[in-house]
Every structure is written in structure tokens, then in C-alpha cells.
Design a protein around this ligand. Structure first.
Ligand SMILES: Nc1nc2c(c(=O)[nH]1)N[C@H]1C(S)=C(S)[C@@H](COP(=O)(O)O)O[C@H]1N2
Ligand SMILES: [Mo]
Length: 246
């Protein structure tokens, strides 16, 4: 844990991070070896079974920083937001027996899970927030993955300047972790637009960029390589590690 935080802060001190493009030195230099050995260490010590630390109500940071790409402004998202997300449906499809189209009410009814955990951005900042939502495992189980499904791919509404959509992915073990949730509320209020309304992933066992905001669709797949840059996520396609365990 300390090692990872040290790495994150030393990277940002060098101006290498900032959830921006990873420079050559990070992907090829000594930092890469350091990151890879941290990953092995975390894998050995924690695997996917370790729990992120949970905090108390009084530890909550009331001003939870907003970070990442701009809040989506495309017509489809804007009109859903204007309607209070009444017409929003979370699509769960791909390699599943029972594709789902879930309203917010259906998601809330599916099960509830709450956590006060720390969000650690690779840039070197952290914030403690209270997240409430439905365990991702519950939603995945509703769709009944086929035997060849290995990953959940999270498709997001937002795009960068070149029109590329943000996306992320987890394997089904990470998806089944009890603290991996589809968050609907932050600090006892429905997610605001900037923090990923109406549904975002919250995975406190991994770095901030894994916690995809503005999720429109979860697709179950057997292989990540055919998707976009092939590395399993928007930042991963630009050099960040796919496994971002803290
Ligand atoms: N869709 C989407 N999800 C995203 C991002 C983004 O740009 N787009 N940024 C990631 C990064 S780098 C961080 S640190 C967190 C920031 O979440 P916050 O704005 O709620 O603090 O969202 C993550 N999820
Ligand atoms: Mo981040």
C-alpha cells in the first residue's frame, strides 16, 4: 500500500501522471519494472480477496474532487439528465443468457451495499466518500454469464476530444468482489452529473481510473483484445496498467 502510494506520488511529482498520457519512461523505464513488481506483490498479498479499508462517517471528505474527462454533453445523455434519468436503462449484454435493461428503480431494488472508502487517483490525490449502490456481482448474476464470459466491459457516455468513448473492464473475479459496486449515491445523495450520474462503477481496491463514471452498458466478453486499443480501458490503451490494485 505504502509502496503504491509512494509510486503514485513520485510519478506525479515528476509530472508523469495526472491521468494524462503516460510518457515513454513510465512504460519502458525503471518505473514499469517497479509497477510490475508492485502488481506481483499485491497479487501475492491481497489477490482479489483483500478488502479496501472502510472509514467512519466523520472521515468523509465533503468536497469530493471531480476528475477526468468532461461531463458528457451528447444529446442522448443530456436528454436523460433533463428527465431526471427516468428513461435511463443500464444495458447488460454480450455473453449472457438473459440480457438486461435495468431502470434506476430496478437497480435500487436489486440489492443494496454501502461503503465509506478512499478513492486514490494515480495523480496522487485521494478522497474519502460514502458510496451506495448495488453490488456488481448481483447485476452480473441477473444476466447469467455464459461459460465463456471472462470480463465485464463498462461503456461510458463521455468522449474525449477525438470522440473516443471512455471505457473500462474487470475480470469476473474482480467483478465479484463484495466492495465492487455500481454506485448510485455519493454521500447520501444521488450521484451528481460530474461524479458520474446516474450509475458509476466504484471499485475501492483499485486506482481511480478503474471506477468508470457515466456507465451506459456492461458487456460481457471472452477477450479484451478486439475492443478499441485492446488493453481493456481508455487509459490502459495509453499505457496504464490494466490491473490497478492498491
Ligand atoms: N467515464 C469516465 N470515468 C472515469 C473517468 C473519466 O474520465 N471518464 N476518470 C477516472 C479517473 S482518472 C478518476 S480519478 C475518477 C474521478 O472520479 P470523480 O470525478 O468522481 O472524483 O473517475 C474515473 N472514471
Ligand atoms: Mo484518476
Amino acid at each position: 500500500m505504502r509502496r503504491r502510494l509512494f509510486l503514485a506520488s513520485s510519478l506525479s511529482a515528476l509530472g508523469l501522471a495526472g491521468c494524462g498520457p503516460v510518457k515513454e519512461s513510465l512504460t519502458n523505464g525503471p518505473f514499469r519494472r517497479a509497477l510490475l513488481s508492485t502488481e506481483k506483490l499485491n497479487g501475492a498479498l491481497i489477490g482479489t480477496h483483500g478488502m479496501a479499508r472502510e472509514y467512519r462517517e466523520r472521515d468523509i471528505d465533503r468536497n469530493f474532487r471531480v476528475n477526468g474527462l468532461d461531463t458528457p454533453n451528447e444529446a442522448a445523455y443530456a436528454s436523460l439528465a433533463r428527465g431526471g434519468f427516468h428513461d435511463y436503462r443500464l444495458i447488460v449484454d454480450g455473453l449472457v443468457e438473459h440480457p438486461q435493461k435495468l431502470s434506476l428503480a430496478e437497480l435500487r431494488a436489486a440489492g443494496e451495499s454501502s461503503q465509506i472508502t478512499r478513492h486514490d487517483c494515480v495523480e496522487g490525490w485521494s478522497a474519502i466518500g460514502k458510496w451506495r449502490g448495488v453490488p456488481l456481482a448481483t447485476v452480473v448474476a441477473m444476466a447469467k454469464p455464459k461459460p465463456n464470459a471472462r470480463y465485464c466491459v463498462f461503456r461510458c457516455f463521455d468522449t474525449d476530444q477525438s470522440g473516443q468513448h471512455y471505457y473500462e473492464s474487470l475480470d469476473l473475479h474482480q467483478a465479484a468482489h463484495p466492495q465492487t459496486v455500481l454506485a448510485l449515491d455519493l454521500n447520501d445523495k444521488p450521484l451528481d452529473l460530474d461524479h458520474g450520474a446516474p450509475v458509476r462503477l466504484k471499485i475501492p481496491t483499485q486506482l481511480g481510473y478503474k471506477s468508470a463514471k457515466w456507465v451506459s452498458r456492461i458487456e460481457l466478453v471472452a477477450d479484451l483484445h478486439p475492443i478499441d486499443g485492446g488493453a481493456g480501458g481508455y487509459w490502459e490503451d495509453q499505457g496504464y496498467e490494466w490491473y490497478a490494485g492498491i
